[in-house]
Design a protein around this ligand. Structure first.
Ligand SMILES: NC(=O)c1ccc[n+]([C@@H]2O[C@H](COP(=O)([O-])OP(=O)(O)OC[C@H]3O[C@@H](n4cnc5c(N)ncnc54)[C@H](OP(=O)(O)O)[C@@H]3O)[C@@H](O)[C@H]2O)c1
Length: 264
């Protein structure tokens, strides 16, 4: 097997952790990005777009492993299809995919489901593309990264009153720890669907927001808002959680201490 590893999304929150870990493991790394980048630190870049089906052939050429971290709010299934098509033409690389806990349990049926939880439907469809690709594959489902929760908390804190989805809970995980696991899987033999990866604690939404607001020296009233639809119902029932797979070590509070308090 060739030692070259392609990382799609190598410029993103997760991918930025994955790339140096692969380099430390002594692997040649290529990153696919929609923007041009200078090669640096032994990492080569190919410019392309998975949704527009551009530049993928050049990205996959000679790769023995593809760590597919590229993703967005929409269209991860189409991106996976384009990637699989090019990868299958180029050889039989091990395709390693990052998905989300609950992709198989959060039903995206109605317009309300699609508007709020369409992402989970795209991730499930992308998982099916990967599993049905005919390539050796591994998929890891992770819960929300701390970085995502922080971004949402920052946006919500701008409001004078914060609407809180009633009954929702989250189990955020550290993106660096997910990267460690993804790299372990990428350097191993294809595992199919790997056990889920979730953070160490389950939080209510106010339980996530309060420590953030405290760290920023802010106070905000919160108003619970019941959300309609089957997907929201599934989330209230905990479909986005994996308490039995609370393998992450870094807590939300640890993350805030480093990212918010130390910079205050
Ligand atoms: N964030 C979470 O809480 C979470 C939880 C579970 C699973 N995941 C999954 O983990 C993956 C990475 O998430 P993240 O938070 O690291 O994402 P992110 O920070 O938003 O980064 C997205 C990455 O995808 C690339 N990308 C987006 N559209 C692309 C396209 N059309 N063609 C090529 N590359 C494209 C971007 O590269 P350029 O901008 O350089 O083109 C960027 O590197 C995603 O698949 C996501 O669904 C995320």
């Amino acid at each position: 097997m060739t030692s070259l590893i392609l990382v799609t999304g190598g410029t993103g929150t997760l991918g930025r952790h994955v790339v140096p870990l692969l380099r430390e493991a002594g692997r040649d790394v290529r990153v696919l990005s929609r923007r041009a980048h200078e090669a640096a630190g032994g990492v080569e870049y190919v410019t392309g777009d998975l949704l527009k089906d551009e530049g993928i052939e050049a990205a996959v050429a000679g790769a023995g492993v593809i760590v597919h971290c590229a993703g967005g709010r929409k269209g991860d299934d189409a991106a996976a299809r384009n990637l699989v098509r090019a990868a299958s033409r180029a050889g039989t690389p091990h395709l390693v995919f990052i998905s989300v806990v609950g992709a198989d349990r959060i039903p995206v049926v109605s317009a309300a489901d699609r508007a709020m939880f369409g992402y989970f439907g795209f991730k499930l469809a992308a998982e099916q593309v990967v599993a049905g690709s005919g390539l050796p594959w591994t998929t890891l489902r992770a819960t929300q990264f701390h970085d995502l929760i922080l971004m949402v908390a920052q946006q919500m804190a701008r409001l004078p009153v914060i609407p809180v989805p009633a009954g929702f809970r989250f189990q955020p995980v550290d993106a660096g720890e997910v990267a460690d696991r993804l790299v372990e899987l990428a350097l191993g033999t294809p595992a199919g669907l790997a056990p889920d990866m979730a953070g160490p604690r389950v939080y209510t939404v106010p339980g996530l927001l309060h420590p953030y607001l405290r760290a920023r020296g802010k106070r905000r009233p919160m108003v619970p808002v019941p959300l309609p639809g089957k997907a929201a119902h599934a989330v209230r029932a905990g479909a986005n959680l994996a308490p039995e797979r609370a393998v992450g070590r870094r807590t939300w509070e640890d993350f805030l201490a480093e990212r918010v308090l130390s910079r205050a």
